[in-house]
Design a protein around this ligand. Sequence first.
Ligand code: ADP
Ligand code: MG
Length: 240
Amino acid sequence: MITVKDLHKSFGDLEVLKGIDATVDESEVVCVIGPSGSGKSTFLRCLNLLEEITAGEVTINGDKLTDPSVNINDVRTQVGMVFQHFNLFPHKTVLDNITLGPIKVKGLSINEAKDVGLKLLEKVGLSDKADDYPDSLSGGQKQRVAIARSLAMNPKVMLFDEPTSALDPELVGDVLEVMKDLAEEGMTMVVVTHEMGFAKEVGDRVLFMDEGIIMEEGEPTQIFDNPQNPRTQSFLSKIL
Ligand code: ADP
Ligand code: MG
């Protein structure tokens, strides 16, 4: 589903990604871990062209993102992204937040979009919040709305950038549960997270990123219980 070859990304003189090679198979859940500043967010943002790619190749579902003729809006429809901060529109209801994209970008009628939105709200356990405004929701509920909003575009791949890091601990579980359901339905997912429990239970593979490269990758149990690279060992000893 995703192939990344020798991906480089620089901001001016600062080279942040220094040659990333990675593949993600259809229905695979790949978790990305690594220290702050190692380039995890930049890597995800390159996968849906929120960042211009400096060099290398990224192919998603057969579309070469690095091809100059690629349609950025098509790519963003196919590759959903959920951020640490939910970025909901505060002056729109929960349902309107979800239906906006399908109506504007996909050309659904208001009623079609509402049907989609209500089904997704049910899926994330927030059917009763359709007419509420984001400010009245908890962080965990907002994040579940953000996931529903992303899913409303019917993406082929979902990218999550530390989706639970801004949440109070007691709200994390519900969000991870929604992500787990999504994984079980076969969604292809790349998840930047330090939630080891999630990575072990749901992840098929873990990538450890440091200094703009993938230092180590493997199955979750191998990475967490028996890391080979000293950098991975040192990172895990700090967070576990
Ligand atoms: P992580 O998500 O692993 O914490 P990031 O991808 O956010 O890392 O950042 C990696 C490096 O790239 C950091 O040094 C950060 O300051 C830098 N960086 C990220 N975005 C920009 C930008 N838009 N302009 C300049 N530097 C940036
Ligand atoms: Mg980040």
